[in-house]
Design a protein around this ligand. Structure first.
Ligand code: SAM
Length: 213
């Protein structure tokens, strides 16, 4: 994603520490306490400008959502959305997904969403793909038993790679669509990238992959 550098973004994020959690390692194992309820915690890795996670938060007030994003210049737009929509069950982390285990205890997360993850098409960049086996191991550890990864992309190469990676890891594929927008799925919340690509006529691929223990 090309990101316009916004020098003021870091300051704005730090001014809203009730939404953009400043020291998430301090909340490891205590996220339900932080949210003030026992509702499940669903995370989106690579949340971008936050349209999905905010929309999900509005649609499902009985779920707690955490959007995780590397770049503060992008995350600041997600923060604006949450402020505008006034959703209390959506929080943000400005961290690298490689460090997920520093922030979440084993079994603390109810579901992982990956939407339009960077494809990293070159073979030598395989380890950066968010569906690479090392990331699957991280998700497996922080997820509840039989937890699920819900994955959407427009990128055929990344989708094929991810199906192989899920299958190699032993995940069960419960739902799979090669054309999400003509699949009859109800309640789909579109991401920014999904709107952009589907408006050009591109197909959207989707799968729900479930760990078997
Ligand atoms: N999910 C959004 C959407 O569908 O509109 C954004 C998609 S964008 C192609 C991928 C996002 O993932 C970028 O904002 C990028 O910074 C973020 N990202 C990539 N690797 C990440 C990592 N290791 N940890 C956190 N965020 C990451």
């Amino acid at each position: 994603m090309r990101v316009r550098y916004k020098p003021w973004a870091a300051e704005k994020l730090s001014e809203h520490s009730g939404i953009v959690v400043a020291e998430p390692d301090q909340l490891k194992g205590k996220w339900n306490e932080f949210f003030g309820n026992d509702n499940p915690i669903h995370i989106e890795v690579g949340t971008g400008k936050g349209q999905f996670v905010t929309g999900m938060g509005k649609q499902n007030p009985e779920i707690n959502y955490i959007g995780i994003e590397l770049y503060e210049s992008v995350l600041v737009t997600a923060l604006d959305r949450i402020l505008e929509e006034n959703v209390s069950n959506v929080k943000l982390l400005n961290v690298d997904a490689r460090d997920l285990k520093e922030f979440f205890d084993d079994g603390e997360v109810g579901r992982v969403y990956l939407n339009f993850s960077d494809p990293w098409p070159k073979a030598r960049h395989e380890k950066r793909r968010l569906t690479y086996e090392h990331f699957l191991k991280l998700y497996e550890d922080i997820l509840v038993e039989n937890g699920e990864i819900h994955f959407k992309t427009d990128n055929q190469g990344l989708f094929e790679y991810s199906l192989k990676s899920f299958s190699w890891y032993g995940l069960r594929l419960n739902y799979l669509s090669l054309d999400l927008h003509n699949s009859g799925m109800e309640g789909n919340i579109m991401t920014e990238y999904e709107e952009k690509f589907s408006s050009k006529g591109d197909r959207i691929y989707r799968v729900e992959a479930q760990f078997q223990h």
